[in-house]
Design a protein around this ligand. Structure first.
Ligand code: ADP
Ligand code: MG
Ligand code: ZN
Length: 628
């Protein structure tokens, strides 16, 4: 068992600290020991000699082997009052002693801080003893005695961290809406089931497949389905479980996993979150992460060490393929990539159908309507949504789930738990104006998504909410759409300002302002939508991870940074101006909508538009509606 120096260093920090305090503590006792029977006033050695000459010294007590003395001296200026003064003596000078004796001054020598000395010795000893002791302790633990003290830290071999399922019970029909991925993976099933078919014609079977996609899109489920379809055991481990505090543990887990897999071939190994071990090597700051690199190297070695034809296929999943070490993606390793994306509306319908199988739905429920309300939802989100709706159905003691429960569940999944509405009062009015502000700006700007509903029922952090129906065609967003969105987000604060005055604006807009600032910054630094021109000034993710991205964090000069800030401010100011103008010009209908909202708590989009159109022209919105 190896223990890295890093670990030892890590452990020695607290030990050093404790040791230091014990040692310090020892010192503290002995100085205070001396201090307790002294006067605190000090005197220089020179002054002491003068006093001696002037016959003012009455007695001298020597401490610390003659290095310090407490001198009793009389002060003629103060009625010969006796002063106790402390003097540091240069060294143990015998002349001084004889001089003192000549002058008939009483001398007393005190033993060298007997009590303190013991503490001092102990203090000096405790530190190394602790250090050696804990190192010994560590080594003993690492020796991995089964059932012994080594258990606590769960070292490599004895603790198998991977799971094995002989039968996953998942089939391809349980995974919906990811047809392309499924098609590509059908082949993998054949590799596992009938390898002869391929080897007969001299084809070597691929070893690894990388599933790439955001969390919750069904990567784990797909891997299980492959094992289920092929009828082979499923070994799984998560990348984060490889990486432990001690060097070598991850590597030994990898060895173990492959050993077990070989014993059970044909089988499927699934490595989730492979980016946790598979990050680009040597990109760490101040030296790489030994442990991770060793684990990765072991993984690469194991993958090279077996022939693809012996019936083991490795499937790995990640949502950050960009950070993976290129060695992992080389032919003969994870040379196939399958993308698993969030489903489109057709996919959502199929996934909802899969998860509706075991639930009681009222006949009027439209799966299609649910799918339309949930753009951007992944498979996991949809499964969760139907489950929430089922819970609500049970709580409301209904026989079967209706659209009401589904709608409530969607709101809840997106915006959090429902709270109790405020009682009518100034705050409620202000919130109503704020929400109507968002909604009216969103309604009157042609490029903005249409309002779905406005509500004063609080959810999660929000006291009120305005929902918009997002455009289903989520691919690209134009600058004019973004500008409309900015004005819409600022509509809430703009309404507070117009109606209540600048001094009365509230903290309620904090979230809006944050959202708008992030959005506008991205427009300037990533999408080239400002006067700075078509330049990318920041990488895609603002996240700093220990690796490549760190060093080029600020590639631009201070001057450019100032220009970015300037652009951000001017775009936000523009959007704010647009919003305020709309609020000012539509005050009458806003007042009416606010009264209605306070009365009804929720206004749906169609009614909202209807009322607004009685006062002004409401632009038609072109929204992409997918044909089914
Ligand atoms: P990932 O591994 O991509 O993060 P999972 O496979 O763990 O996602 O998905 C979590 C759950 O979400 C699954 O157990 C399943 O219930 C549901 N789910 C996700 N994607 C799908 C899908 N395409 N079809 C059916 N259910 C899905
Ligand atoms: Mg998963
Ligand atoms: Zn708001």
């Amino acid at each position: 068992m190896k223990i890295s120096w890093r670990t030892i260093l890590l452990w020695s920090v607290p030990i050093l600290v404790i040791g230091f305090f014990v040692w310090q503590g020892a010192f503290a006792t002995d100085t205070s020991n001396l201090g307790s029977n002294t006067a605190s006033a000090r005197m220089t050695y020179g002054r002491f000699m003068e006093y001696l000459e002037a016959d003012r010294v009455k007695s001298v007590d020597l401490y610390e082997g003659g290095r310090t003395a407490i001198v009793e001296a009389v002060d003629p200026d103060l009625d010969n009052r006796v002063q106790r003064l402390r003097v540091d003596l240069p060294s143990n000078s015998p002349e001084l002693i004889s001089k003192l004796r000549e002058n008939n001054i009483s001398i007393d020598a005190h033993p060298t801080r007997s009590e303190g000395a013991i503490w001092g010795v102990l203090g000096n000893l405790i530190f190394p003893v602790l250090l050696i002791g804990s190192l010994f302790f560590l080594f003993r633990r690492s020796n991995n005695i089964p059932g012994g003290p080594g258990q606590a830290m769960s070292f490599g071999k004895s603790r198998a961290r991977f799971q094995m399922e002989a039968k996953t019970g998942v089939m391809f029909e349980d995974v919906a809406g990811v047809d392309e991925a499924k098609e590509e993976l059908e082949e993998v099933v054949t590799f596992l089931k009938q390898p002869e078919k391929f080897t007969a014609v001299g084809a070597s079977i691929p070893k690894g497949v990388l599933l790439v996609g955001p969390p919750g899109t069904g990567k784990t489920l797909l891997a299980k389905a492959i094992a289920g379809e092929a009828g082979v055991p499923f070994f799984s481990i998560s990348g984060s479980e490889f990486v432990e505090m001690f060097v070598g543990v991850g590597a030994s887990r990898v060895r173990d996993l492959f050993k077990k897999a070989k014993e059970n071939a044909p089988c499927l190994i699934f490595i989730d979150e492979i980016d946790a071990v598979g990050r680009q090597r040597g990109a760490g700051i101040g030296g790489g992460n030994d442990e991770r690199e060793q684990t990765l190297n072991q993984l690469l070695t194991e993958m090279d060490g077996f022939e693809g034809n012996n019936g083991i296929i490795i499937i790995a999943a990640t949502n950050r393929p960009d950070v993976l070490d290129t060695a992992l993606l080389r032919p003969g390793r994870f040379d196939r990539q399958v993308t698993v994306d969030a489903p489109d509306i057709k996919g959502r319908i199929k996934i909802l159908e899969v998860h509706a199988r075991n639930k009681k739905l009222a006949p009027e429920i439209s799966i299609e309507a649910i799918a339309r309300r949930t753009p951007g939802f992944t498979g996991a989100d949809l499964a969760n949504l139907l489950n929430e709706a089922a819970i609500l159905t049970a709580r409301r003691r209904k026989e079967a789930m209706t659209m009401l429960e589904v709608d409530d569940a969607v709101d809840r999944v997106i915006a959090g738990m429902e709270g109790t509405p405020l009682v009518d009062g100034k705050s409620k009015r202000l919130i109503a104006y704020h929400e109507v502000g968002h909604a009216i700006v969103g309604t009157l700007l042609k490029e903005h998504d249409p309002v779905q509903k406005v509500t004063l029922v609080p959810r999660g952090q929000a006291q009120g909410l305005t929902w918009f129906t997002p455009d289903e065609e989520q691919g690209l967003t134009s600058k004019s759409q973004l500008m409309a969105r900015i004005a819409g987000i600022l509509g809430g604060r703009a309404a507070e300002e117009e109606i209540f005055g600048y001094d009365e604006v509230t903290t309620g807009a904090g979230g809006d302002l944050q959202q708008v600032t992030t959005l506008v910054r991205q427009m300037v630094t990533r999408f080239g939508m400002s006067d700075l021109g078509p330049m990318s000034l920041e990488s895609q993710s603002g996240e700093v991870f220990l690796g490549g991205g760190f060093m080029n964090r600020s590639e631009y000069s201070e001057e450019v940074a100032a220009r970015i800030d300037h652009q951000v401010r001017s775009i936000i100011e523009h959007g704010h101006g647009v919003a305020r103008k709309i609020i000012r010009e539509n005050r009458e209908v806003i007042d009416r909508l606010v009264d209605l909202l306070i009365e009804k708590e929720t206004i749906d989009g169609a009614e909202f538009r209807q009322i607004v159109s009685e006062y002004t022209q409401v632009p038609e919105k072109e929204q992409f509606v997918p044909q089914l």
